[in-house]
Design a protein around this ligand. Sequence first.
Ligand code: UDP
Length: 646
Amino acid sequence: SYADAYESTLQYFNGDDLAAKVWVSKYALKDSDGNIYERTPDDMHRRIASEIARIEANYPNALPENEVFDLIKNFKYIIPQGSPMTGIGNDFQIASLSNCFVIGNGTQSDSYGSIMKIDQEQVQLMKRRGGVGHDLSHIRPKGSAVKNSALTSTGLVPFMERYSNSTREVAQDGRRGALMLSVSINHPDSEDFVNAKLEQGKITGANISVRIDDEFMNAVVAKENYIQKYPIHSQNPKFEKEVKATELWDKIIHNAWKSAEPGILFWDTIIRESLPDCYADLGYETVSTNPCGEIPLCPYDSCRLLAVNLFSYVENPFTKKAKFNFELFKKHVGYAQRMMDDIIDLEIEKIDAILEKIESDPEGDEIKATERNLWISIRKKTIEGRRTGVGITAEGDMLAALNIQYGSKEGNEFSTLVHKTLALAAYRSSVEMARERGAFAIYDEKREKNNPFVQRIKDADPELFEDLQKFGRRNIALLTIAPTGSTSLMSQTTSGIEPVFLPVYKRRRKVNPNDQEVRVDFVDEVGDHWEEYIVFHHRFKQWMEVNGIDTERNYTQEEINKIIEQSPYYKATSNDVDWLSKVEMQGAIQKWVDHSISVTINIPNDATEELVNQLYIKAWEVGCKGVTVYRDGSRSGVLISNDEKK
Ligand code: UDP
């Protein structure tokens, strides 16, 4: 039952109530009646290890089950994220193992039929788990002519609302169906698009991002006009609109400042750097991203995610002897890449089960057609490209454990070295797999020779580059940095590439004032009694323990501040990391991540729009593929930064 699983899992996580609740409700194996079949995450890790070992056995130099288990147990080294964590070896659900999908009709079709088809595909995918993104640039702009009873078209915004509502309708067992809608800045409705969420309660089921091209950015910097077109970037457009680039840019900045959206995608950087886009004419033209932006994708491609826990490679953490074990890290990254490739074989089995389920439904062939074709298209790209999403978590705790300040020059350099090491080890592994298992089906060395990412590999590791040319690689694109929202709750670390949010915070719990055991710290306006207690970030607590600081005492705020001051988390939290330095860090790391990076630049409540402007331009200049800011307090219920905002 839930209660039994919760009890044993709470013990497993040393009393971490949040981790236990999230694991039992999201990831433990359960049937549709709610019976739970796993008592602790180790049962899950067994299930995953045995499935990966089953696939490994089909290939040379197979990893045995116990070795896989040791890599994933306790969320210590390698963590398959969300969808693979729940889905692998789970016969109670017919679901995909993908965290991310992108769909789309191609640039030509914007009929009602094709718009509704996307709506249906979106729902069909969310039903099988995973976030979905699609691009709206192909929809004709507001006011343009249509040959039906409407005479002029409505533009993008009503369709955003439709797709958002569809997302809200599909529940995903504890996870929300997440949606990304994107549009090109070249589209004449892009201004309406970026303003669409300003009205309270509108389009609440979608994240929105604008694809910004270099021509637009140059026009912003030079204060020139910019010509929007439909079809976008067409030589022979049906519709044109000249706009002041700075005016449109200022609106984007204002909205991001005000409500953290739209996100920005530096589209030319994404395309220029993209390996799959070397195969654009074969259907691999990147058109949008997954909901949190870390995986740019072509239509009907998917990606499964896995995070390597960077904290665990620090030996003697928080001591003077602390050291990052690069050798172990490289070895494990190689395994992580292999496990991701194995998970693609598992995914094909899952897609086949989905297709079988569709065929066995008593619906007519016409009804089934869209869903069936959807999964056939996804299956094709999964096999052909074998895309993987190897990422990391705990960047912030890794730096702290090494006594390096997040956001410092030293910190940025060390992080870049870690991600470069990761990239080269993952590519090495993918090249080895090409030798053992075969390269991805459409691999063609000639198509990739001018790609800047490949050039970087050539400069950093000529031997790897030579082998890449000789054998190809197993996977079309390999790397990412995801937000690792629930993953980092399991690993009890900072998430993704982010610094710690708060090393120490206070929470209140409601108490019965007649109870002898409790201490009443606060009585609220309705007369409820509350006890305040201190919550330490897990690794901050570890730092305290290593340094012999009592973790049980009830400290005053002043005492807490003093303790933080001595710690490696001092001036290294999301609210006090230097913003410009963080953008530079992202740009430097992006050079070693072939997909994208999900990252938020946190700025204080009183930050100006001009600061956002500067950060965005800087992000473009240093080679970030995307950027989002979050101004403290600009959105309610997103983050808790102090006690009042519970
Ligand atoms: N995702 C989703 N719904 C959610 C959370 C995540 O569809 O509620 C997808 C989405 O594509 C996102 C990706 O999973 O970009 C990775 O999210 P995250 O790293 O937070 O995954 P987690 O750690 O929760 O497994």
